[in-house]
Ligand binder design. Structure first.
Ligand code: 5RP
Length: 232
């Protein structure tokens, strides 16, 4: 019988707790797997663990607050010990696609401010090549069409073509916590290279993209056979 996806998320999240120590400043990721970590962390906090959490989204902030985890902003605590977050895809060398939940900008800022980032996921997220999951790109609403044309242009420079679609929610463009839109680029494959990442970031209308290179230190992946650690 196939393993229950929720049970796998909980297993990965539970294993990540082993890396949490008293007194740590923690980045709290976004998404269903990260939320399992927040729930388990809250149990530890209720048991006396002293940590402070910096959430990567309003959604995570509301959950963590409701569960009694002490919170701070990244301005209060600009250097974090550890961030625990999910991912949409985990590729070779722990290159990631993130942003399926629309929180990639804050997730990347928080991960970059952390000494370590641990990714938690089920085995289905581990891939040989990134890009079956469309790359989320956070864009300024101003000049959306010009930004999409520029993304297409960069894509062609890297031999990539495919649909770039504005993410919608309830019939309207999805708006991020930062007030931006997201376009999802279905290139089929995403080069996990700094050159590609940097070129996307050079487009003025691009706020940030969901290709995370060199940020994750470790991935904890749960499958039917148990939990394994992938080291960068
Ligand atoms: C949100 C993210 C999430 O970490 C990613 O979408 C994975 O989510 P889930 O754990 O629900 O599969 O990047 O922006």
């Amino acid at each position: 019988m196939a393993a229950d996806p929720k049970a796998l998320k909980i297993a990965a999240a539970r294993a990540a707790l082993d890396y949490v120590q008293d007194g740590m400043k923690l980045g709290l990721g976004t998404g269903s797997t990260a939320e399992e970590f927040v729930r388990l962390l809250a149990e530890k906090v209720a048991g006396g663990l002293k940590v402070v959490g910096v959430p990567t989204s309003v959604r995570t902030e509301e959950l963590a607050r409701s569960l009694g985890i002490p919170l701070a902003t990244l301005d209060d605590e600009p250097s974090l010990d550890l961030t625990v977050d999910g991912a949409d895809e985990i590729g070779p060398h722990l290159a990631l696609i993130k942003g399926g939940g629309g929180a990639l900008l804050r997730e990347k800022i928080v991960a970059a401010a952390s000494s370590r980032m641990i990714v938690i996921a089920d085995e289905s997220k581990v891939v040989e090549t990134l890009g079956a999951f469309p790359l989320p790109i956070e864009v300024n609403p101003f000049g959306l069409k010009a930004t999409v044309l520029a993304i297409e242009h960069i894509g062609r420079q890297f031999g990539l073509t495919g649909e770039i679609r504005l993410r919608m929610k309830d019939g309207k463009p999805f708006v991020t916590d930062g007030g931006h839109f997201i376009v999802d680029a279905s290139f089929g494959r995403i080069p996990a290279t700094k050159a590609f990442a940097d070129e996307l970031n050079m487009i003025p209308g691009v706020v940030e993209h969901g290709l995370f290179i060199g940020l994750a230190s470790l991935a904890i992946v749960a499958g039917e056979g148990g939990v394994r650690v992938i080291d960068g």
